[in-house]
Design a protein around this ligand. Structure first.
Ligand SMILES: [Zn+2]
Length: 415
């Protein structure tokens, strides 16, 4: 390690350590901070003075005295700066402006009509511009843009490698957006972004080992191992949807047969409902949709709420397939928790019981015994907040600070 003597690097680590400790612990005195961070009290005094000066923390009153002067408490300024989070789904782009504690201040949704590279770039650009205008009108400064896309992404070089629903390859989206908006941009896959958002503010908070599974038009997962998101050497880790479940199963969009995604995505769910309806099976799904061609996942969830036998059967099949895939994950990675999100959330009450039974009957007893399987906590905003947390990682993480994106430099950009 060449850390010794690298003063700007050490200073940046210490700043982040202090800022992150205040974020996690809430109100703290300088003495508490020195104890928590094991930094020298004079270092704490100097860095907290800098952070107060820059507007990231503030003094918020006094703690009880243990004899002598009452210590002053310090707190994070949640609205010191703001962040844009963009979630590029297959049919729409959802954008939010959030503060440092994950509160959504503005949210807009823009439909995707043209899925070409230019079309997608245009909707993303419009969404960001609208959010920037709203933030600027209120005098809020945006210091970063997190972008979550489906499919394969190169996080380091900011390239959307292959979003299957759009069909094209290799869009250098980060450099295009950074050139246009002059704001740092971070790119991540949408399921991994969801996992990260849930780790910061949701069902994965404070967990070191958990898996977030996003089930919608496709199926992906974010794997959190030993306190960090696991990306693999080509950023492909977590492509649960393309693991084989049935050797001679249906053809998947990826070209393989019997992938989980071809059996248990909402796209597969709709296909199976359509097939049954065309075969003449009676179901409320048809009444709700109007015709087999117009079936949407929501019609199936609604019919299941009304105890429709076909809808319940379809969702139970989905739960069984997902349960088998998750049992494999449990045996492989032994997580504390698996959290489920994506478009299946409204139908989850019909899917979860059989999914849980399947996991417990198929996974090994020890890893399955204490495993918790539950829905995500951030609901429809999970991926957008996940995108926001890509920038929060830059702000607070002491593991991989990127000196090019130093906090004070970001702040200067805005003034
Ligand atoms: Zn596949």
């Amino acid at each position: 390690m060449r850390l010794k003597g690298n003063l700007p690097f050490m200073k940046e680590i210490n700043r982040r350590l202090i800022l992150d400790t205040i974020r996690r612990k809430g109100s703290l005195s300088r003495a508490d901070l020195a104890k928590e961070t094991q930094l020298n009290p004079s270092t704490v005094t100097r860095i907290t003075a800098e952070l107060i000066n820059e507007g990231f923390i503030r003094e918020v009153g006094y703690a009880d005295s243990q004899g002598g002067r009452k210590p002053i408490l310090l707190n994070l300024v949640a609205d010191a700066v703001h962040i844009i989070g963009i979630n590029v789904e297959t049919t729409e782009v959802i954008g939010v402006v959030s503060n440092l504690i994950g509160e959504v201040l503005y949210k807009i949704t823009c439909p995707i009509k043209d899925t070409s590279k230019d079309g997608i770039l245009q909707v993303i650009t419009q969404t960001i511009q609208q959010l920037l205008d709203a933030a600027n009108n209120d005098g809020r400064s945006i210091v970063g843009i997190g972008l979550a896309m489906h499919g394969l992404v190169d996080c380091d070089n900011g390239i959307a490698l292959y979003p299957p629903a759009f069909g094209w390859k290799n869009l250098a989206i980060v450099s295009l957006l950074e050139e246009k908006f002059r704001i740092p941009v971070q790119l991540e896959n949408n399921a991994r972004a969801m996992a990260l958002g849930e780790w910061w503010f949701g069902a994965g908070k404070d967990l070191s080992n958990f898996i977030a599974v996003k089930v919608g038009h496709g199926i992906g997962s974010g794997i959190f191992l030993n306190g960090e998101i696991f990306r693999g050497i080509n950023f492909v880790a977590g492509e649960l949807g393309h693991t084989t479940l049935l050797v001679d199963g249906p053809l998947c969009d990826c070209g393989n047969y019997g992938c989980l995604e071809a059996l248990a995505s909402t796209k597969a769910l709709v296909k199976r409902a359509q097939r049954s309806l065309k075969e003449g099976v009676e179901s409320q799904i048809l009444t709700l949709a109007g015709s087999p061609e117009q079936v949407e996942p929501e019609h199936i969830f609604k019919a299941a709420d009304n105890q429709d036998p076909l809808a319940i059967q379809l969702l139970q099949d989905m739960g069984r397939y997902l349960g088998i895939a998750l049992a494999n994950l449990v045996n492989l990675l032994n997580p504390t928790k698996i959290i489920l999100g994506g478009d299946i959330l409204p139908g989850l009450e019909h899917i979860l019981p059989i999914l849980q039974t399947t996991v417990h009957s198929r996974a090994m007893e020890i890893p399955a015994h204490k495993l918790i399987i539950e829905p995500i906590k951030l609901g429809v905003n999970a991926v957008s907040i996940g995108a926001v947390s890509l920038i929060l990682e830059e702000f607070f993480s002491t593991k991989r600070p990127n000196l090019k994106k130093d906090l004070s430099i970001w702040k200067e950009k805005q003034t």
